[in-house]
Design a protein around this ligand. Structure first.
Ligand SMILES: Cc1cc2nc3c(=O)[nH]c(=O)nc-3n(C[C@H](O)[C@H](O)[C@H](O)COP(=O)(O)O)c2cc1C
Length: 160
């Protein structure tokens, strides 16, 4: 039986809410990507070019540390990965997560929330970071997306 995981990073709880609704809708385990150093409001100030998030996102090799709670993802063959769009892509801590586990043979589906941007560079970046996985087309959702809408989106992916 195929087991599904929803993992998410969320700095201000918007993606967290969406991830929880998706997890409930598709009966998946839900796990948070917890930063070793949580982001403060000052860290998230995108108008300040010297803020932590600005510095991290400018450096494509930056890999902020997260708390590694699971030793492996071998229980799962499908992983939804949720995050806020930061500077038109996934926050670098999501890259840290993707590189920390063996995703070979798994189906990976990104999803995001944002102020207004779409998925931007996410699909290309995920495919490059996960060359041995089947990366399915992801989607950006508004903060007010319903459980029904999320479930219908996921069900449609499983039919492909
Ligand atoms: C550092 C930073 C960069 C952001 N960059 C974008 C962006 O490029 N496009 C956009 O539409 N929203 C952007 N946002 C807004 C977030 O994507 C949006 O508020 C998101 O829903 C927050 O999710 P969270 O509460 O799960 O962290 C940015 C926010 C931050 C803090």
């Amino acid at each position: 039986m195929s087991k599904i995981l929803v993992v998410y990073f969320s700095a201000t709880h918007v993606t967290e809410k969406v991830a929880q609704l998706l997890g409930q809708g598709i009966h998946a385990d839900v796990v948070e990507i917890v930063p070793e150093d949580r982001y403060t409001a000052a860290d998230l100030d995108w108008t300040n070019s010297q803020s932590r998030s600005s510095l991290e996102m400018k450096d494509l090799t930056c890999r902020p540390a997260f708390v590694k709670e699971k030793s492996s993802l071998s229980d799962y063959d499908t992983v939804f990965v949720g995050f806020p769009i930061w500077w038109y892509r996934e926050p670098s801590i999501v890259d840290t997560f993707l590189e920390a586990y063996d995703f070979e043979g798994k189906t990976v589906i990104p999803f995001a929330t944002s102020g207004s941007s779409g998925m931007g560079d996410v699909m290309t970046r995920f495919q490059n970071l996960l060359p041995k996985s089947k990366v399915m087309e992801g989607k950006r959702f508004s903060a007010h997306v319903s459980k029904e809408e999320l479930t219908a989106w996921a069900d449609n992916i499983f039919k492909r």
